[in-house]
Design a protein around this ligand. Structure first.
Ligand code: GRF
Length: 234
């Protein structure tokens, strides 16, 4: 597939990031944008947790911020509607769920299908949900990784765009796995957002297309050795 008309015209993709915690993935997107390697504008960082450190990070980088609070809303649909009103108000073209711990309603997800991605710390379809590092160790697996997928109403169940992989060591603990995986996640997320910004990846009839061709397996993103060692951006 040739890049989308916007990408071909050199326009920057307008990205909203939803997060609930630390925000290191947002930090990786900001760093790549600032380095000039990712043609995006981060038009909003929004959270369901007003005290999320990721929002402070966004503020310090000059990214517009919206802090919601689930407790203010009776129904989930009202929380979603309020949040996505902000997303629409800034004309976001892509929504990135990066450590966003709220489950969005099916109606919201369907409205953004093909324009909303999530990063998940496992080799999906293995280990959807929480505690992925513990699950990998409990299952005695020899390989772990992370996935970026298009969001569908099924939790962590949408079509996977790309993955990073790493070996599990005998000495690993959940904490060690999480620490070693995080810089790989950052590289994966930046790579996938880059592909979307270039118009090289899209979702069509529930299937991931890469350069216009249906992808039968997720792309495997190779992470340069130097980036594996680099401390996670904060
Ligand atoms: C990452 O491990 C991501 O895969 C998961 O939540 C974590 C978010 O980290 N969904 P951060 O808030 O971006 O630092």
């Amino acid at each position: 597939m040739s890049p989308s008309p916007e990408a071909a015209a050199g326009q920057r993709l307008r990205v909203a990031v939803l997060l609930s915690g630390r925000g290191s993935n947002l930090g990786a997107l900001i760093a790549a944008r600032d380095a000039g390697t990712l043609p995006i504008d981060i038009v909003l960082a929004a959270s369901d947790k007003p005290a999320a450190p990721g929002l402070a990070l966004a503020r310090s980088a000059g990214v517009p911020v919206y802090a919601s609070d689930r407790r203010r809303f009776g129904k989930r649909s009202e929380f979603d509607a309020d949040l996505f009103e902000q997303v629409r108000a800034v004309d976001a073209e892509l929504v990135v769920l990066a450590g966003f711990m709220r489950i969005l309603g099916a109606r919201t997800v369907r409205a953004w299908q093909g324009r909303m991605i999530n990063i998940h710390p496992s080799l999906l379809p293995l280990h959807p949900g929480l505690h992925t590092h513990e699950k990998v160790l409990a299952a005695g697996e020899t390989e772990h990784g992370a996935s970026v997928h298009f969001v569908t109403p099924e939790l962590d169940g949408g079509p996977v765009i790309a993955q990073v992989r790493m070996p599990v060591r005998k000495s690993d603990t959940p904490e060690r796995l999480a620490k070693r995986l995080l810089p790989l996640e950052h590289h994966l997320l930046v790579s996938v957002v880059g592909l979307l910004a270039a118009g090289r990846v899209c979702l069509e009839q529930g299937q991931v297309l890469v350069d216009g061709t249906p992808a039968t397996t997720p792309l495997v993103v190779e992470v340069p050795k130097a980036r594996r060692r680099r401390p996670a951006p904060r």
